[in-house]
Design a protein. Sequence first.
Length: 475
Amino acid sequence: MKAIISILVAALIGGGAAAEAKVRLGSMFTDNMVLEQNENIRIFGQADPGAQVTVTPSWNGKTYTTTTDRIGEWSLAVETPAGSFTPYSITVSDGEPTTLDNILIGEVWLASGQSNMDMPLKGFAGCNVSRGFDEVASAREQAGRIRMFKVPMSRSMTPVDTVNARWTVPSPELAPDYSAVAWYFAKRMSQVLDVPVGIVCATYGGSKVESWLPREILETYDDISLDPADLDKTPHYLRPLVMYNAMFYPIKDYVYKGIIWYQGCSNVGTETTYANRLETMVKHWREQIGRGDIPFFAVEIAPFEYRGNQSGKAPLLRQAQWDAIRAIPNSGMISTNDLVEDFERYNIHPGNKRDVGFRLCDLALNRAYGMTQMPCESPRYKSHSIEGNEVRIKFEAPVSGLCRNYDIRGFELAGADRVFHPADSVLLVTADEIVVSSDAVAEPVAVRYCWRDFQPGTLYGANHLPCIPFRTDNW
């Protein structure tokens, strides 16, 4: 294992460690952490070269022993029990013991992406999280169920081994800064699985997918320059490489159940490369984490009225997101087409983070934990036929089909002139078929649904998940 540890675990909450203890732990091992249940957890650190290091967890009382290598690194695999709300401790010693307290065993997820994943319960300036402060006020109720580890926003041209952060326990004092999406994801998961949930948040507002890729991959892309002079001219949040080095690399050796990802807004306009690069990123991250094809669940970018050279390009990026998901093993994505208000047309940070987190959680519960009763599949376009001035559209829908027979908005039709007009008539004729027409289009040749930067739709499945935007043309 490459050098991973260089800082002393200090200022641990609850104060169980000797501040100057010689043995050192990886920077993610602190009081209050959550460890993945029923796993062989990697615990690692540094001590003097040739020193004997012991690790003794309180849940089984076993002592695991190893000897540091010639540069003082050590690593051990420690078995964890089934998840529970019992707080445990771990004592690590090379003759001078360090004890970590208030450790929970449960489920651990990595949450990453750009600002919509980063958006805290307190919101951003000019952008609030709907009822976020209700969660802040009641955060202490989750103190025994949820733990958060937030990687500071940082950048580096070279990989770094440590991160200046620690696991925290929810409280009204700390919760305002927690990722709202991650909070709702963790809260729902803990309620359903009845185990603690730990979230590691590594997010950077405005970052592109290229920001989270390593040098050896980026150097194969003709459109990416890693010349420091070019990077200095690039806004910090759009720079390639630097978030990977500073924010993913130092946390890659923790043990995660899966990854949740909300990113894409900054890649609007680069849809031709996005799907392949997201697929490449997921493959590389999984290789670095070293646990096979762990689940990867993403969020479709929300409706927003883009401007400038991004105008009109958001539907193409959403399509690229879905293309990536189809190519990535053990992955999935939720649609957010309905999770915006009309007044949020020019707000790239919609306030409804609750349903984003809940839908991500339901997707994870269904796919990663086998809880098939939790809904995760949105209706999606299957086929269409044209009969006179009408277009009949068939959908791949959940078991109970579509669930709306009035006020269905978002459909547009075009004739040979390729000019789209809103549908005047939208009728649900069977559980999986809709007929649409427009008085302005006598001979339709194409139909679209919510194929715009900002076009919330109102078509749902019976599981109350929204229809995924689509088009039948390729114009």
